[in-house]
Design a protein around this ligand. Structure first.
Ligand code: UDP
Length: 357
């Protein structure tokens, strides 16, 4: 039986440099997997767009034009790759250095790395970070799943179901370094919303619910779509919202922990929802639309409430029931289900399985 020796090449998303927030949850996922695999004795090299920072890990920075995020495409959009593409440049670099590694992990939700799989001499594991969005991506994922069984990894079953794959795949959930997140049992009268500020995240519903309840809302995240943000501000001019900016994890958890609950209001099938497990780790209950990975994270009535999707009244009703939630139960769920170790076991088993084939 072949086992992983110890050299892994991680290739980041081409939609933004690490540390900017443009990559959404992929940035934290990449960080956490790197941290855990390094702790387990693997040597990890990270390739990412120019300007990337992921302390304390070194990143091989690659120049080039950023890729358009998959979530801005329509279902029938063809694949577009810009001139001097950072995606193509990262994979060209990987092609040159592949002999030094046992396996590549692809963190990009993009067609090119999937297409390139048969052209590489070493195996490639693909961690798919969003649900089904375009026909072109669905098709290439299916091709790779058929020709390279077991190399496709998803975060949740609900996410995987959007692709309708008959072939073998793995569900990895996610995990985080719980020692970074402090439990807070004395919240202030504030609700939280965390994420990329973009239409698929449905921030306006959280603002509407907060307005009805009269509880102030703190918003954390990177403004990916400035005009969407401006529209929300114009629509709720008198709203008590506080924009906190895009914070590094240490500061984010400090502020998030002090909130009554996290509102998670996606319009799309959320593949996982890193922000949800980060909130749990701080002892913050979840009030989430019954969509995507959130349905697998929230323990109804114990660590939060799942609400009818797109129902602001549902959010309001759940806010009224927050006293039923024990914040210790939230922290406990994060400890039992989303530790770095638990995620590391799942990732290691997936990668070993690929090498054994
Ligand atoms: N995030 C952050 N600082 C902030 C707000 C958000 O680091 O101020 C991170 C958060 O930790 C999470 C990511 O942004 O890892 C959002 O990921 P999620 O999986 O919730 O959604 P995605 O953006 O991938 O759709």
């Amino acid at each position: 039986m072949q086992i992983l020796t110890n050299k892994l090449l991680f290739i980041s998303t081409p939609v933004g440099a690490l540390g900017t927030g443009l990559g959404g949850g992929v940035e934290l996922t990449l960080f956490n997997i790197t941290k855990e695999m390094t702790r387990r004795g693997y040597e990890v090299e990270i390739i990412a767009p120019l300007g990337s920072v992921m302390q304390p890990f070194m990143v091989k920075e690659i120049p080039g034009e950023l890729q358009i995020p998959g979530q801005t495409q329509t279902r029938t959009s063809p694949i577009t790759i810009p001139k001097n593409s950072v995606l193509a440049n990262m994979w060209e670099y990987a092609r040159q250095v592949q002999a030094d590694y046992d396996l590549i992990v692809n963190f990009a939700y993009d067609w090119l790395p999937l297409y390139l799989t048969p052209f590489f001499q070493i195996p490639i594991a693909h961690l798919i970070s969003m649900g089904s969005l375009t026909d072109a991506m669905d098709w290439i994922i299916e091709q790779v799943a058929t020709k390279f069984p077991g190399t496709i990894g998803f975060h949740t079953q609900t996410q995987a179901a959007t692709f309708g794959l008959k072939e073998e795949y793995t569900c990895l959930l996610n995990g985080m370094d719980l020692s970074i997140y402090q439990f807070c049992n004395q919240p202030s009268q504030t609700l939280a919303w965390v994420g990329r500020i973009a239409p698929e995240k449905g921030l306006e519903d959280a603002v509407a619910a907060a307005k009805i309840t009269g509880i102030p809302l703190k918003i954390f995240g990177m403004k990916q779509d400035e005009s969407y943000w401006q529209k929300i501000l114009q629509y709720y001019p008198d709203m008590s919202i506080e924009y906190m900016g895009f914070l590094p994890t240490i500061e984010l958890q400090q502020e998030l922990g002090k909130c009554l609950a996290l509102l998670v209001t996606p319009r799309w099938v959320e593949a996982f929802g890193n922000v949800a497990i980060e909130a749990l780790a701080c002892g913050v209950p979840l009030i989430a639309y019954r969509r995507g990975g959130l349905t697998e994270i929230v323990r109804e009535g114990k660590t939060g409430f799942l609400v009818e999707p797109d129902s602001v009244q549902g959010l309001v009703d759940a806010i009224g029931r927050l006293n039923e939630i024990d914040r210790y139960a939230c922290r406990k769920q994060a400890e039992t289900e989303y530790s770095l170790e638990a995620m590391g076991d799942r990732v290691e088993q997936w990668l070993k399985g690929i090498l054994n084939k």
